[in-house]
Ligand binder design. Structure first.
Ligand code: HEC
Ligand code: HEC
Ligand code: HEC
Ligand code: HEC
Ligand code: HEC
Ligand code: HEC
Ligand code: HEC
Length: 269
């Protein structure tokens, strides 16, 4: 799916055909989208039977969002309808007619979806990520307190940054919740400078601790092995061949302080 959209983007525009339930309208809309190069059918979340109204209808009341939105890659994901214009906002929030009609006068029953509270809207398009969040080890997005917007800004240009946090560094996305690993160490592990995701999957993994690999290969990518004197695996100045048969590099007794240490330069503890 990702590839499909990428192709579309390269050709300048991405059209998402929002397959509406109502036959006539949907036929017309899909036909209009057929003139586009790439498309994919997706049914956005519904809001109590409301209809699409287009982005322009949101400007009056949500200027802070519409002002930055043009920079977001999601602004290119839309249904282009000659009657109502672009509908990018509604691809995530669902059709907005009832919400707009209320004039924002009541705070209760807004008739609009907020995917910050429920990621279903995102999973409508991001099927692969949906699968990742079902893996045995995962961030509790579907079943817990973490949400997509913890790490992604849905509206502005930098989608990899959480909105609430001024991200000063590569690991800023993670620092909020994982202080233990992101604090300053006397003996730092330089690997962390490349970001947490050099070793961890951000969404979910088949390996414990969301690791990208469950064995020494996780570390050997960077710690190049040169054949030692007797053909052994030399890491640093030490022959590691017997160590490597005993478990992972971070098993007890070895480099347990993978994120950094205040005591030991070799990250032993
Ligand atoms: C007439 C004013 C008005 C218009 C037009 C309007 N909204 Fe809202 N909207 C509000 C108000 C008021 C709130 C509640 C206060 C707030 O969160 O800003 C709100 C809240 C929201 C929320 C948060 C809901 C929640 O449960 O947290 C979303 C999402 C939203 N609007 C999206 C949209 C979209 C998309 C459009 C265009 C289709 C739109 N709004 C048009 C007034 C409006
Ligand atoms: C990629 C999906 C996506 C698109 C596209 C999108 N939003 Fe949102 N929107 C979200 C998410 C997720 C949240 C929850 C943010 C949070 O909780 O911090 C949100 C929150 C909001 C809110 C609640 C209050 C606030 O300021 O955060 C409003 C209002 C809103 N969006 C309006 C819009 C408008 C208007 C557009 C189009 C210009 C739009 N959104 C496009 C995903 C999207
Ligand atoms: C209507 C379909 C649709 C919905 C709904 C949607 N997205 Fe997307 N999203 C896309 C498309 C298309 C792209 C661009 C993919 C590309 O060009 O690689 C994208 C890109 C992204 C990217 C960046 C991917 C990259 O490769 O850089 C992130 C992160 C993302 N979306 C998160 C979200 C989140 C979080 C939500 C819900 C708040 C959401 N999306 C809702 C279609 C959607
Ligand atoms: C714990 C933080 C975190 C959460 C929560 C999170 N993401 Fe991500 N996401 C990331 C990071 C970091 C990347 C960059 C991965 C990379 O570059 O390898 C990413 C990448 C992506 C991409 C680009 C393609 C890919 O998988 O690399 C998409 C799409 C995406 N996220 C969607 C989502 C959606 C949808 C949600 C909510 C259901 C979500 N993410 C929740 C951190 C997070
Ligand atoms: C909003 C808070 C939050 C953010 C931000 C966050 N995480 Fe997490 N993380 C959690 C929670 C909650 C768990 C599940 C803990 C549990 O199940 O006991 C978790 C679990 C993990 C685990 C598995 C280890 C464990 O204790 O279960 C790893 C590894 C991890 N996160 C890495 C990251 C990385 C890397 C980032 C940045 C891309 C990140 N986290 C961002 C809250 C967060
Ligand atoms: C060099 C690879 C590597 C990098 C980079 C890395 N981690 Fe880890 N992380 C690991 C390994 C290996 C484990 C498993 C440790 C264990 O089981 O004792 C782990 C475990 C964790 C855990 C589970 C609790 C714990 O400490 O055992 C969390 C949470 C975590 N990492 C978060 C992060 C965060 C946040 C970052 C970025 C600041 C990060 N990691 C960067 C390799 C790495
Ligand atoms: C992204 C590359 C990268 C990855 C992956 C990586 N490291 Fe490192 N590591 C470095 C760099 C760079 C240094 C500092 C230069 C050096 O000493 O080789 C370092 C230093 C170390 C040191 C201190 C060296 C000493 O003087 O004793 C240890 C121990 C270490 N790493 C263990 C690990 C372990 C265990 C893993 C796997 C969980 C791992 N590294 C994964 C890049 C990496």
């Amino acid at each position: 799916m990702k590839r499909e959209f990428l192709k579309g983007r390269n050709r300048f525009q991405v059209f998402v055909t929002l397959a509406l339930c109502c036959g006539a309208i949907s036929a017309a809309l899909i036909l209009s989208a057929c003139s586009s190069i790439e498309r994919t059918a997706t049914i956005p979340v519904s809001n109590d039977g409301a209809d699409f109204v287009g982005n322009a209808a949101c400007v009056d009341c949500h200027k802070s969002v519409t002002d930055v939105f043009h920079g977001s890659m999601h602004s290119r994901v839309r249904l282009a309808d000659p009657e109502i214009g672009d509908t990018s906002c509604e691809t995530c929030h669902g059709p907005g007619s009832k919400h707009v009609a209320m004039g924002g006068s009541q705070r209760r029953a807004m008739h609009i979806t907020n995917p910050g509270r429920d990621s279903t809207a995102c999973f409508k398009c991001h099927l692969q990520q949906h699968a990742e969040f079902k893996l045995p080890y995962r961030h509790p997005v579907v079943d817990g307190p973490v949400s997509c917007v913890t790490c992604h800004d849905p509206h502005a240009a930098e989608i990899m940054k959480p909105r609430a946090l001024a991200m000063r560094q590569t690991n800023g996305q993670c620092a909020d919740c994982h202080e233990q690993q992101t604090r300053q160490f006397v003996f730092e592990h330089e690997a962390l400078r490349e970001g947490c995701i050099t070793c961890h999957q951000p969404h979910g993994s088949i390996h414990p601790d969301l690791l990208k690999q469950r064995d020494a290969n996780l570390c050997l990518r960077c710690h190049a092995q040169l054949p030692g004197a007797g053909g052994g695996v030399l890491i640093g100045k030490t022959d590691h061949s017997t160590f490597l048969t005993r478990g992972t590099c971070w098993s007890s007794g070895c480099h347990t302080a993978v994120h950094g240490s205040n005591i030991n330069p070799h990250l032993r503890y």
